[in-house]
Ligand binder design. Structure first.
Ligand SMILES: NC(=O)c1ccc[n+]([C@@H]2O[C@H](COP(=O)([O-])OP(=O)(O)OC[C@H]3O[C@@H](n4cnc5c(N)ncnc54)[C@H](OP(=O)(O)O)[C@@H]3O)[C@@H](O)[C@H]2O)c1
Length: 276
């Protein structure tokens, strides 16, 4: 299966869909990540705080796919915000993964009360210059956080990974990203907390194309221009989720899914949510 590529503002490319690993632990993390790679995923999303970087690294080593064909993302947790702390946190991730470099490193949450995300960003710029990170980005940043980072460093994040699904399409933030050349990534793209698979509008769109509701939702992400990173523990679901490049939703169908907007499902307001 050929997955289309997206080009970031630093010229690097990444696949239009990735594999999320949150909640996968231990042996299951190795098996599920390995199976995702076998089933065609090349973008793998992990984080220091998921406690599975070692397993993700092990799955990569066991896989027959060359390292350079994979796009590995990990994230800096709150306890490592600050200039030197970021170097330290990144080294820890790299050591866990057992890799020489990561393709994308993100600040996991902005933690505005701590007020050190700009220092972390400066550290990440240095790490990118050293070649141990290919692309740098952020996660859960609002336009205000992005504007500050850009104003203080002149370096625009390549990616902002945010909560985005049919119940929270993030129209305003996506427009801001488009204006600034920032690629949107969608976390919890299937809205797992409020399983939308029985929703009538989503079923209608899925039925019109003879696909599953999950495929209709993931295709919606692709057509919005965002990169979804669904997590699935079985090979069957992994194959289902990546098989979304053989059909196209009409503008009306995209609109119909977007009209389900309600708001955040997790209460993870980036201005107040703190994770260390
Ligand atoms: N940056 C952040 O702050 C942040 C926050 C949250 C998540 N993330 C990232 O985003 C990734 C995805 O988010 P998520 O894991 O929360 O939610 P998700 O990918 O939207 O949903 C995952 C859930 O949906 C189920 N599922 C997957 N494919 C399915 C299908 N085809 N049919 C039916 N059910 C299906 C999975 O079941 P099974 O696992 O049982 O197959 C799992 O319970 C995470 O893994 C993580 O990498 C980032």
């Amino acid at each position: 299966m050929t997955i289309p590529l997206r080009t970031l503002n630093d010229g690097n490319t990444l696949p239009a869909i990735g594999f999320g690993t949150y909640r996968l632990r231990g042996e299951e993390a190795i098996t599920a990540t390995g199976s995702a790679i076998e089933n065609g995923y090349r973008l793998i999303d992990t984080a220091l705080n998921y406690g599975n970087e070692k397993e993700v690294g092990e799955a990569i080593r066991r896989s027959s796919v060359p390292r350079e064909e994979l796009f590995v993302t990990t994230k800096l947790p709150g306890r490592f915000h600050g200039l030197n702390e970021t170097f330290e946190g990144f080294r820890e991730s790299l050591e866990h993964l057992g890799l020489d470099y990561v393709d994308l490193f993100l600040i996991h949450w902005p933690l505005p009360r701590v007020d050190k995300y700009v220092d972390s960003w400066r550290a990440m710029i240095r790490l990118r210059e050293e070649g141990v990170i290919r692309s740098i980005g952020v996660s859960n940043f609002t336009p205000a956080h992005l504007e500050r980072v850009i104003a203080e460093t002149d370096v625009v994040p390549a990616v902002n990974q945010v909560e985005l699904h049919p119940y929270f399409p993030q129209g305003e933030l996506r427009r801001f990203h488009a204006e600034h050349g920032i690629q949107t990534e969608s976390w919890t793209p299937l809205a797992r907390k409020k399983s939308p698979f029985t929703n009538e509008k989503i079923r209608e769109v899925a039925d019109a194309h003879g696909v599953t509701p999950a495929q209709a939702i993931l295709r919606w992400h692709v057509q919005l221009g965002t990169i979804p990173i669904p997590k699935a523990s079985t090979a069957e679901r992994q194959r289902e989720n990546i098989d979304i490049f053989g059909f196209e939703l009409t503008d009306e169908q995209v609109e119909s899914i977007s009209s389900l907007e309600e708001g955040r499902l997790w209460g993870g307001d980036p201005d107040t949510n703190e994770e260390f």
